[in-house]
Write a protein that binds this ligand. Structure first.
Ligand code: BES
Ligand code: MN
Ligand code: ZN
Length: 526
């Protein structure tokens, strides 16, 4: 990000800066009185201006309200923007209100051409030190996330002049050490940078982000952040027996790329390893079961799962958890051509399970089947995949919510609560065994579509077969221990068609903050 975020002690009214964003709760102005001490200080410095303007504009501090003031040299800041946060909600443990307000502040700084922005927020809403640090992290995240723009192809860019964001804290008894708060700001900045890396990869057109280019991005991230990256081409993919992955890719002129990213601590217990898998279809035309023109418009985003795991690895290298983390993706295009795989084809992939292809547009589950089969070979303690897998998940949950499927209640709860804490929306979906019959084929073990209803569930049930090599010859040997697995269908939230809070239209980086929070919790639980 272009600006630098720091935490400083300071009195907002006296603090010199181009713009001060003063975040206040609802009721900060009530019945013509100023209930927030910082507002009354300001009002005194400005000779009653705050009360006057607040009265004229009916400003009370409601969520979304803003009050803009010029100080004409009578206070430290040249301009002040009072931002309403609404009522304090205990339920909002995610602190998303702070992220949104910080992004509003940065947008105001952009409009005003401010170089320095100071931000002060309601002090002492909770005495807990950890709470204050999390507030700082959320503010740093929201500021950077809200400043993001994908403008590299625009001739007319409106560059952000902001160079410095200062989070202002008042000295007080419950305040954690400045070093703790500064670390929280740095963490927020790092998380936002990782989210913006994923946004860039998703926003970049498919003509640029080819399978090779995506693999090169993983390599570059590995070199920059410090994790190892292995890239395998067609011949090696074939050697691994990944015929489903190769089937999807065979209609394209671009060579498929299989990527494995790894981070390991010096001393680690490999039984505790975590595996991440991302869908990496760099363009999904549907193949011979071709999509409509409007259905295809957005299909450069079909690698958002891979973008999320690359970004998550950048944060893993910074977090340095006491267990290894491996991340995988199989990158390819899904294209129609004389060489393309066909409806009716039967393909046996890495796991040995045969699949009848009924619809070449249900390609994500085929690639994931082979990559998941590879990822579970090392028997990780948990596997999480992220995929823009089905349009049906948006029919079920709307455009902004991730569908979470899991064979393990504890893992599902960990991920749901991490999502909540990180300000991402996720909802658990079922894996009903009685729906298995919908994906059984008369001529193969499975088919790749399950009919009109419950499309996202059919897809998740399909994936589950490749986590647990089902004991065909039951009774011969004891069933292998279950590998906890979760599948996140991010087809909705991975890209959006209009701005929402601190998320601009286009690629969102969905899944990155969720994964970062989940891995942080697992690391500190060790
Ligand atoms: N990549 C799509 C899913 C998708 C749709 C993601 C819209 C983002 C926005 C996936 O490969 C796909 O085409 N799924 C089909 C499955 C069907 C053929 C069973 C779908 O959802 O229609
Ligand atoms: Mn498709
Ligand atoms: Zn797809």
């Amino acid at each position: 990000m272009t600006f630098d975020t720091s935490v400083v002690f300071g009195n907002p009214v006296a603090h010199p800066c181009d713009l001060l964003a003063l975040l206040v709760r609802e009721g900060a102005v009530a019945k013509g009185k100023l209930a927030d001490a910082r507002l009354s200080d300001l009002d005194a410095a400005l000779g009653g201006l705050v009360r006057k303007v607040a009265g004229e504009e009916d400003f009370t501090g409601k969520d979304g309200q803003q009050l803009a003031l010029h100080t004409h040299g009578k206070a430290g800041p040249a301009r002040i923007l009072v931002i309403g946060l609404g009522k304090s909600r205990d339920a909002d443990k995610s602190m998303d209100g702070l992220r949104i307000a910080a992004s509003r502040a940065v947008k105001a700084a952009r409009a005003a051409g401010a170089k320095t922005l100071a931000l002060a927020w309601p002090a002492g809403e909770s005495a807990a030190g950890d709470f204050r640090a999390r507030e700082v992290q959320a503010l740093a995240e929201g500021a950077s996330l809200g400043a993001y723009r994908f403008d590299k192809y625009l001739r007319e860019k409106k560059p952000l002049k902001l160079s410095k964001l200062q989070l202002l804290v008042a000295k007080g008894p419950a305040l954690p050490a400045l070093t703790v708060l500064s670390a929280a700001a740095a963490q927020g900045q790092a998380v936002a940078d990782a989210v913006c890396l994923a946004r860039d990869l998703v926003n970049e057109p498919a003509g640029k982000v080819t399978p090779r280019a995506l693999a090169a991005e993983a390599k570059r991230a590995g070199a920059v952040y410090g994790f190892s990256v292995e890239v395998l081409g067609r011949a090696q993919i074939k050697k691994l027996g990944m015929s489903l992955f190769l089937g999807v890719s065979q209609g394209s002129a671009e060579e498929p790329q299989l990527v494995k990213m790894s981070w390991s601590p010096a001393k680690s217990v490999s039984a505790e390893a975590v595996a991440l898998v991302g869908k990496a279809v760099t363009f999904d035309s549907g193949g011979l079961s071709i999509k409509s023109a409007s259905g295809m418009e957005d299909m450069k985003t079909d690698m958002a799962g891979a973008a999320a795991v690359i970004s998550a690895m950048a944060l893993v290298a910074r977090l340095k958890p006491p267990f290894p983390v491996h991340a995988y993706f199989g990158a390819c295009e899904n294209m129609p051509s004389g060489a393309a795989y066909k409806p009716g084809d039967v393909i046996v992939g890495k796991s040995g399970i045969s699949v009848e292809i009924l619809n070449t547009d249900a390609e994500g589950r085929l690639v994931l089947a082979d990559v998941l089969a590879w990822a579970v070979e090392g028997k990780p303690a948990a596997v999480v995949d992220l995929a823009t897998l089905t349009g049906a998940i948006m029919v079920a949950l709307g455009p902004w919510t991730t569908g979470l499927f899991s064979n393990d209640d504890a893992l599902a709860e960990e991920l749901l609560s991490s999502a909540r804490a990180a300000g991402e929306s996720a909802w658990r979906m079922p894996l009903p065994p009685e729906m298995e019959e919908l994906i059984k084929s008369p001529i193969a073990d499975l088919k790749n579509t399950g009919g009109r209803y419950g499309g996202s569930i059919n897809a998740a049930l399909f994936l589950q077969h490749f986590i647990q090599p089902s004991g065909k010859s039951a009774g011969e040997s004891p069933a292998p221990a279950k590998i906890p697995w979760a599948h996140l269908d991010i087809a909705g939230p991975s890209s959006i068609d209009r701005e929402r809070g601190y998320t601009p239209r286009g690629g969102t980086g969905a899944g990155v903050r969720l994964l970062a929070e989940w891995l942080r919790r697992r690391a500190s639980a060790h």
